[in-house]
Design a protein around this ligand. Structure first.
Ligand code: ATP
Ligand code: MG
Length: 597
């Protein structure tokens, strides 16, 4: 491609709309333009990058035995009602764009495709003989993200590769899951990324085991906790660890003490001269179930620890049946405003005990009349601990479960693992923290969707069983930007050869010098003929500006047809190291063929 014929506009200044380096660079180097919040145009240079990534993705998907297809983006509400996700996706979470057509039918724009693919499987898969089976597509997804930001990293319209697999049993699912795991590792390696596979929460998609692939970068929205021995890595949402040992309490008698002005943990510990590991704190949440029922959730947890709200939500989902519900719409801290709506008198905030009476809850429509009491495991073994008394400015010390308080009925792990915690697999290992950009997520879904939607097959003994499913997502457009986030310098982008829009840029310092143009034209033709994707910067611009643009756009190799052509040579510059070498004009094509091959 000749630069003089391209739609290519670079910007000198950092655009105000961008916060992180990769977003700034993609805008400045002329790869993307914003249309509206979270919606971008992929300009010709980026489109080449996306196609290269997609080609790698397709090759690796094909290698697992999956077949490519293209599913519909317009999806009828009925399919999502069958799976039970229509209300969550359009209303409570609100991530799905939905619309009503001229015949008054409701439709959504696909944020993901479990429902559509399961409906196809229900129609077309009859027998175990058709299994296992994997399908994938590379397509635009739509999600009305609340916090669309960082350019392509969190868009509202973005390109995803999603794959779905169908199996007769869990063993078969595990085999395909392992193949996909390997395919993902191959993809990220081939794209030249530094990445890490981590244990992940399965979230609203549902199912059992799942793994995320993180591109390690400081701008990442996700926190990864891992151990140096390489044996454990998990998203903080999912991570487990051993809490620090509790320091034994010095109290031997149970006693109610006046503790003025100690509504925070810090103040209580200072006043009583105790470690927070001996204190049991109560944290109040408000959960909304899809039946419309509001539930006040009282979490008791060791005071030096924090609640992991993803784990909490997962525990609350298990209790949906208690509230005549199928799912949970939201969980959040119950703030003073909500408390005042639902309680008969002000709660003794800062001094709440595990046994706070249900009589605090008013007779309010759609509010459960009893607290849902959950205990984090950290409090179970505590002896002679400190906690509130339900009385303002009073704490109890030397308290014990069974004697002074009942342990809550539900004992669960809802503690947030933290850097510095000891690892479960080896307490000698400590958790360390890193930031990551999630570029892929693979799930063992199980039968969640097939059961809900009646997608069955007949097994060898003639039984009708729900299909066992897996699903495998990969953010193609997010990956492109993550690669830039991980690989750039002060002058611009540094693409890996495998996903660079072009391999080589020929910069002609002076296009009015016929000798320079002649060499440039010759190399341009020969390189392209040899399969080396080449740009020719034939613009009538200052050499300095062209060098700056070449650095900014990040093409891996630059050929300069400068003074050295007099001695039959050109200069070759490596974008990543900035190292320049002079090579004979005759040898350059072979040399580059080997470099990009
Ligand atoms: P996140 O936690 O970042 O919101 P997710 O868990 O919703 O992502 P999945 O539903 O598993 O993501 O989607 C599969 C892949 O699609 C993700 O791993 C990510 O690479 C990509 N992806 C998801 N949401 C977006 C988005 N808004 N913009 C760009 N890529 C996205
Ligand atoms: Mg995720």
């Amino acid at each position: 491609m000749r630069v003089s014929q391209m739609l290519w506009v670079t910007l000198r200044e950092d655009p105000a709309e961008a916060e992180i380096p990769s977003h700034k660079l993609l805008l400045r180097a002329g790869y993307i333009r914003r249309v509206t919040s979270g919606v971008y145009v992929y300009l010709p240079l980026l489109w080449r990058v996306l196609q290269k990534i997609s080609r790698i993705v397709r090759e690796e998907m094909d290698a697992t035995g999956a077949q490519e297809c293209l599913l519909s983006q317009l999806q009828p509400a009925e399919l999502w009602q069958e799976s039970g996700r229509w209300d969550t996706y359009t209303k409570s979470e609100g991530i799905m764009f939905s619309l009503t057509d001229r015949s008054n039918r409701e439709l959504g724009l696909g944020p993901t495709h479990e429902e559509v693919i399961t409906s196809i499987a229900r129609d077309m898969i009859r027998s175990y003989r058709q299994l296992p089976l994997s399908l994938y597509q590379v397509q635009t997804k739509f999600r009305d993200e609340i916090r669309a930001r960082f350019g392509l990293l969190r868009g509202r319209e973005f390109i995803m590769k999603d794959a779905y697999s169908f199996h007769a049993d869990e063993d078969s699912l595990k085999q395909t899951y392992a193949l996909m795991d390997q395919a993902y590792q191959n993809i990220f390696t081939r794209c030249g990324l530094k990445f890490r596979g981590v244990d992940a929460d399965s979230g609203a998609i549902g199912g059992s085991g799942s793994q995320e692939f993180m591109v390690l970068a400081d701008a990442g929205e996700d926190e990864v906790l891992y151990t140096a021995d390489g044996k454990y890595a998990a998203n903080v949402e999912k991570a487990i660890s051993l809490a620090p040992e509790a320091i034994p309490s010095r109290f031997t008698e149970t006693e109610k003490l006046h503790t003025p002005n100690t509504a925070t943990i810090e103040k209580t510990c200072k006043f009583l001269d105790i470690s927070a590991t001996q204190d049991v704190k109560q944290v109040l949440y408000q959960a909304v179930y899809d039946s419309g029922m509001n539930v006040l959730v009282l979490v008791s947890i060791r005071a030096d620890q924090e609640v992991n709200e993803v784990k909490l939500q997962n525990e609350l989902i298990k209790l949906t049946a208690n509230y005549a519900s199928k799912t949970i719409l939201s969980v959040q801290i119950c703030d003073a405003e909500m408390q005042s709506k639902w309680t008969t008198k002000p709660l003794p905030v800062g001094y709440i005990a595990p046994n706070i009476p249900d009589s605090y809850i008013g007779d309010v429509k759609n509010v459960a009349p009893q607290f849902l009491r959950l205990a984090d495991r950290t409090i179970v073994e505590l002896k002679n601990f400190v906690t509130g008394t339900n009385e303002h400015e009073y704490n109890i010390v030397g308290a014990n479960w069974g004697k002074d308080f009942q342990l809550p009925e539900h004992i669960v792990d809802i503690r947030k693992a933290r850097p510095g915690d000891r690892a479960v697999h080896d307490p000698a290992q400590q958790l360390e923290s890193a930031r990551g950009i999630e570029v892929g997520h693979i799930f063992q879904l199980g039968t969640k969707y097939s059961k809900a939607m009646g997608a069955n097959f007949t097994n060898e003994s003639g039984e009708d069983l729900p299909l066992v499913m897996g699903c495998y997502g990969l953010g193609v457009s997010r990956l492109a930007q993550a690669a830039v986030e991980q690989s750039h310098d002060k002058d611009g982008i540094i693409w890996n050869v495998s996903i660079a829009p072009y391999h080589v840029i020929i910069t002609v310092p002076n296009v009015n010098d016929p000798a320079q143009m002649e060499v440039a034209e010759k190399l341009y033709v020969e390189l392209n003929a040899a399969g080396v994707e080449t740009l020719l910067d034939d613009r009538d611009e200052r050499a300095g500006l062209k060098f700056k643009d070449a650095d900014l756009v990040g093409i891996p190799f630059r050929i300069v047809t400068g003074r050295s052509i007099a001695s039959g040579k050109v200069e070759l510059v490596d974008r990543s190291t900035k190292q320049a070498t002079e090579l004979s004009i005759e040898s350059i094509v072979e040399h580059l063929k080997a470099l990009v091959g």
